[in-house]
Design a binder for this molecule. Structure first.
Ligand code: BES
Ligand code: ZN
Ligand code: ZN
Length: 489
């Protein structure tokens, strides 16, 4: 779908060519492009301000049918995210017009603010991700992705960047895989169904797979996790995907919250707050899709992806507020609120991972708290960690990929808020303040000495609104972040 190719604009036929343009600087050397940009800038409606768009037809000196000039704004202000958004918006614009193919002109290396690698990376990401459409349940599939998006580069560049380009494709394909899982409605992705979909995808790319089904979870006393699935007609499962290259010494574990629907349980959610709870498995989707990407990227370290899958429903068999359950780790937990279920499945999965695989580093991703969205809004995730260096490198990966993360505190003294009168701990805090922090502190009790980070993605995992390179629905937040982080390990 995405291709880096060389092309002679004066000779080769192109139907639709997109040309990013800066307000205050020429960023091309190709004379035909330089001319057409000059011509466009003479128009009253186009000065290449950010997000300005103008289309010209049959430009002189080229065999191009239409040329879409897209404003990038001021040269000095152009960064990777501006390019990513520009590419995404341009592709979306072409989808709306039902075009099939698109060519992008790339700014000339020596004339641009950013180096070629970052430019290409950002533009290809934006284009690939912007081209993703979730139309599986639509009868009329009018809105569908472009067949081909080409990036025009000199032959030497095509050679130099072809590996980078295939890396980008692998990561973005996984991001859209995560998006599809998240956007799928809960009736179509019960824990059993989602496990099946993840297993079959993982098998195709050659990951090692282990699945603990309900019987084994009961036998091995995953009491916290089982208490969440108790009310559901669907059976829980713990999926473990492994990337295990020969000779690797280090092991990193990823754990993703997989609540395929969060009704709240007997502490049932009210209308509005329940409506998007099909997305409560976004952590699981990010971990599963990252594992699929890693099978292609082949980093030289062991990566374990642990995915606890449950549905949180009320029923005659559901766990009650006030119930006390015994976690896999052996600690007893009083259920203060059945809607604080994510932490219950995570602690059993994390305890199992630490005990079985002894990873040096463990990262969990979860749509864990509404409080996190109150704190950081819908576009930024929270990072909590018992290791400042680990948190800092996640924040750095977040800056690079624009999957932004903010480092939050884990204050020891807040732990007393999780005390229970009758059990070892309560699953909710005794106050309503700092809910993202107390949730993270709850998890921290189950990681032992492992270097660990928790990423609360409740804000950015899902959006009702369309973005520049994301449709309404699941965002796939975490896949690009984790791939970048793991590449740097
Ligand atoms: N899945 C929710 C958190 C959530 C909220 C995700 C909004 C995405 C958007 C989680 O299971 C939950 O219900 N948390 C409760 C915890 C409370 C009962 C301590 C919350 O945040 O209200
Ligand atoms: Zn909940
Ligand atoms: Zn939840």
């Amino acid at each position: 779908m995405l291709k880096l190719t060389s092309l002679d604009l004066k000779k080769d036929k192109v139907e639709t060519l997109a040309v990013p343009v800066c307000e205050d600087r020429t960023i091309y050397t190709d004379s035909a492009l330089v001319d057409v940009v000059k011509k466009a800038k003479r128009l009253k409606e186009f000065s290449a301000k950010k997000d300005q768009v103008v289309t010209l037809y049959d430009p002189a000196g080229m065999k191009v049918k239409r040329i879409i000039l897209v404003g990038l704004g001021k040269y000095k202000k152009v960064d990777a995210e501006i390019l990513r958004s520009m590419a995404g918006n341009t592709v979306k614009n072409c989808i709306k017009n039902e075009f099939e193919n698109l060519w992008f002109a790339l700014p000339h290396e020596k004339k641009f603010n950013l180096d070629m690698q970052s430019t290409l990376e950002a533009m290809q990401e934006g284009a690939y991700l912007g081209n993703h459409v979730f139309n599986k349940y639509k009868g009329d599939k009018k809105k569908k992705g472009l067949k081909r998006i080409n990036f025009i580069a000199e032959p030497a560049m095509v050679k130099k960047f072809s590996r980078l380009s295939s890396r980008i494709i692998t990561i973005c394909r996984s991001t859209t895989l995560a998006r599809d899982w998240i956007s799928t409605p809960s009736n179509e992705k019960t824990p059993e169904k989602l496990a099946r979909s993840m297993v079959s995808t993982a098998r195709k790319v050659g990951l090692k797979i282990k699945e603990l089904k309900e019987g084994q979870l009961k036998q091995q006393k995953f009491g916290a996790m089982l208490s969440v699935s108790a009310g559901s007609q669907s059976k829980p499962s713990l999926l473990i995907l492994e990337h295990k290259p020969k000779g690797a010494k280090k092991t990193i574990a990823l754990v993703g919250k997989g609540v395929t629907f969060d009704s709240g349980g007997l502490n049932i959610k009210t209308g509005g707050s329940m409506s998007d709870m099909k997305s409560d498995m976004s952590g699981a989707a990010a971990v599963g899709a990252t594992m699929v990407a890693l099978a292609g990227l082949k980093p030289k370290l062991n990566v374990i992806g642990a995915i606890p899958l449950v549905e949180n429903m009320p029923s005659g068999k559901a766990t009650r507020p006030g119930d006390i359950v015994r976690s896999y780790a052996g600690k007893t937990i009083e259920i203060g609120n059945t809607d604080a279920e994510g932490r219950l499945i995570l602690i059993d999965a994390m305890t199992y991972v630490v005990k079985t695989y002894k990873p040096q580093t463990m990262i969990d991703l979860a749509t864990l708290t509404g409080a996190c969205v109150v704190a950081l809004g819908e576009k930024i995730a929270a990072v909590f960690s018992n290791d400042d260096k680990l948190a800092a490198s996640l924040v750095a990966s977040g800056e690079k990929t624009h999957e932004r993360c903010w480092h939050m505190p884990l204050p020891e003294d807040y732990k007393e808020l999780l005390k229970s009168e009758f059990a070892d701990m309560n699953n909710i805090s005794s106050t309503r303040w700092g809910g993202a922090i107390t949730a993270a502190l709850f998890l921290s009790e189950f990681v032992g000495d492992t270097k660990w980070a928790h990423i609360d993605i409740a804000g950015p995992a899902y959006s009702k609104k369309e973005g520049a390179y994301c449709g309404p629905g699941g965002s796939g937040f975490g896949v690009r972040l984790l791939c970048d982080f793991i590449a740097g390990m």
